[in-house]
Write a protein that binds this ligand. Structure first.
Ligand code: AHG
Ligand code: MN
Ligand code: MN
Ligand code: MN
Length: 339
């Protein structure tokens, strides 16, 4: 008789997550379910993103969101897909989204039994949709502080980043990847379109301590504070510590810029400007999740002075200056900004 050899070298997202979280003493499987739900939304968004040039979904929706930006149709589609899977799943009691003014409390029998709330940026870098450049989705997971069994509350969402249980992103790039972090590590999964599964491709991701890439919007250079300008100048010159000059890379999709720097080593900066002292990026949907991912991967993230994860949020949509990346590059930046 012939022996059947089953060749299973690659773990799927579900297999990996279930294995990883099974050993937790308090594990109920809710977090694995939550990540699977987000994986499903990611696949649906991916299908639309991939044909954005073809279908009428492309273009401006015409309305302006709470952030004062034009809302693109794909933003709305992605927002609804994320909300849909989380509402119908068994792990999420409510959501907050960059695209919605207020949190959505699901308040049904199953959702009220759920342990988690999720904050997300449904499409990040959406100004890049029209020009076929990589975009992403970002998510942040908190354990609720309110009583399980009842509807979740606003306070469940307004927690410091340090309390995140998990955070991650999807990048719709030359391939589609889902990367997520728990306290145990950061792992990346590449979508295999032939089987429609995210497969573990980047186990235990670490951000190198040193890098050769800096990412910042140079057009705002004269709007930045002295310390930031000084650091940028240091990136452009070789000096006693850094082995520069570095390469400048800025896509304008935070997901893509930070993903690249996480893998290759580098620093990403969105400083405050004269016009916008708090910068542009949103603490709850962009800064917190990436700060968590980078710290778990061995990197750092600050607002220029303070650790992002320790900032006490005051509102859902607040913005913060954001600096994140390789630890030695961050140390040099800190030196410039303190001096
Ligand atoms: P979003 O599309 O979710 O509104 O976010 C866009 C953000 C971020 O992805 C990117 O890093 C930044 O905007 C780029 O802003 P500038 O064009 O001002 O540099
Ligand atoms: Mn936006
Ligand atoms: Mn964004
Ligand atoms: Mn967005």
């Amino acid at each position: 008789a012939t022996m059947l050899t089953v060749n299973r070298q690659v773990l799927t997202l579900d297999e990996f997550t279930i294995q990883q979280l099974r050993n937790f003493p308090q594990a109920t499987g809710q977090l694995s379910n939550l990540l699977r739900d987000i994986g499903l939304a990611a696949k649906r968004i991916n299908v639309e993103v991939n044909k954005a040039g073809l279908v009428d979904i492309l273009g401006n929706n015409g309305s302006v969101n709470v952030q004062g930006e034009e809302v693109k149709k794909l933003d709305v589609f992605a927002n609804n897909q994320m909300m849909g899977v989380l509402r119908h799943g068994i792990s999420c009691a409510g959501i907050g989204s960059e695209e919605m003014d207020d949190v959505v409390v699901f308040d049904d029998e199953v959702s009220n039994q759920s342990k988690y709330v999720v904050l997300y940026d449904p499409l990040d870098g959406s100004s890049n949709i029209d020009v076929n450049v990589s975009i992403g989705t970002i998510f942040s997971v908190f354990r609720r502080t309110s009583e399980v069994g009842k509807p979740c509350t606003q306070a469940d969402f307004i927690q410091k980043g340090i309390h995140q249980v998990a955070a991650g992103y999807i990048i719709y790039g030359s391939s589609t990847m889902l990367v997520y972090a728990t306290r145990r590590g950061v792992n990346g999964f590449t979508l295999d379109p032939s089987i429609g599964e995210f497969c573990l491709s980047h186990p235990d991701m670490k951000c190198p301590a040193d890098g050769q890439i800096y990412s910042v919007n140079h057009g705002n250079y004269f709007q930045y504070e002295e310390g930031v300008r000084q650091y940028i100048t240091r990136c452009q010159q070789k000096n006693e510590t850094n082995g520069g000059p570095y390469t400048q890379r800025y896509i304008g999709s935070m997901v893509s810029d930070v993903h690249r720097n996480l893998i290759k080593g580098g620093i990403f900066m969105y400083p405050g400007t004269l016009k916008k002292p708090e910068g542009k990026l949103r603490l709850m949907y962009e800064c917190n999740p990436f700060a968590f991912i980078l710290e778990v991967a061995g990197g750092k993230a600050t607002d220029g002075k303070n650790r992002i994860l320790e900032l006490q949020p005051e509102g859902l949509h607040q913005r913060s200056p954001f600096f994140a990346g390789s630890s030695n590059m961050m140390a040099e930046l800190e030196g410039c900004m303190a001096g």
